[in-house]
Design a protein around this ligand. Structure first.
Ligand SMILES: [Zn+2]
Length: 225
């Protein structure tokens, strides 16, 4: 009987996307984490962030947009931007239908404490059910609508409300190695197709669900808005 090879440090299995192990049996995601801790000049990064914030401060209705799940990463990001930089953010959440009650409670508490505008969107559950079944049968992951919605919806809102500065809670190198900390990670269509959509883009999904749902439900957001 053979067992899965796992990282000797974090236990990620060999089946994890983009993973490989070095001589010590440590995975590349763990090595990226070391790079984050030891090689990045965080004082210099802080100055870069200061400059970036000042370019956008006060120019638009909102200084920035923060995609927000209510988890620790996006909550910290939002807290830091509001408390440290005194920015006025538009907080955006895509509700995929599986938000736990304590997460929803935490979200309400955070938003009230910080005093920020909140924009949330919940897609049509009938459509979501069909997307989940299709995605599960094809990829073994029912959450295509979660992955794609979480990443694409805030971008759509940013365009719609003309908010050009977006702060994500974390880089993808926290989980995978499509991008490392050494290279700037551009949140573009290429990244979306590589890392987010399970290899099924919206046109592909539309073909799969043809006739099963109203096409307008799969394309509720025209581009440009
Ligand atoms: Zn590891």
């Amino acid at each position: 009987m053979s067992t899965l090879n796992r990282c000797s440090r974090c236990l990620l299995p060999e089946t994890h996307e983009t993973i490989f192990f070095d001589e010590a049996g440590v995975c590349n995601v763990c090595r990226q984490h070391e790079f984050k801790q030891n090689k990045i000049d965080w004082d210099k990064k802080k100055i870069e962030l200061d400059e970036l914030v000042e370019i956008y401060r006060g120019k638009y209705d909102y200084d920035c947009l923060v995609p927000f799940s209510g988890g620790k990463d996006s909550t910290w990001t939002l807290y830091y931007l509001v408390e440290h930089y005194k920015l006025k953010p538009l907080v955006v959440r895509f509700d995929h239908g599986f938000l736990r009650p304590n997460l929803i409670e935490n979200t309400t508490r955070v938003l009230r404490k910080l005093g920020v505008d909140f924009h949330t969107f919940t897609p049509n559950w009938k459509v979501v059910q069909k997307l989940m079944l299709q995605s599960f049968l094809e990829k073994g992951d029912f959450c295509w609508h979660c992955h794609t919605g979480i990443f694409s919806y805030p971008m759509w809102v940013a365009i719609r409300y003309n908010v050009p500065l977006i702060f994500w809670g974390e880089p993808s190198s926290e989980y995978t190695s499509y991008y490392s900390y050494e290279q700037p990670e551009e949140v573009d269509e290429k990244r979306f197709n590589r890392y987010v959509n399970l290899g099924i883009n919206s046109e592909d999904m539309l073909v799969r669900l043809q006739g099963m749902v109203d096409e307008r439900d799969l394309k509720p957001f025209s581009y440009p808005p």
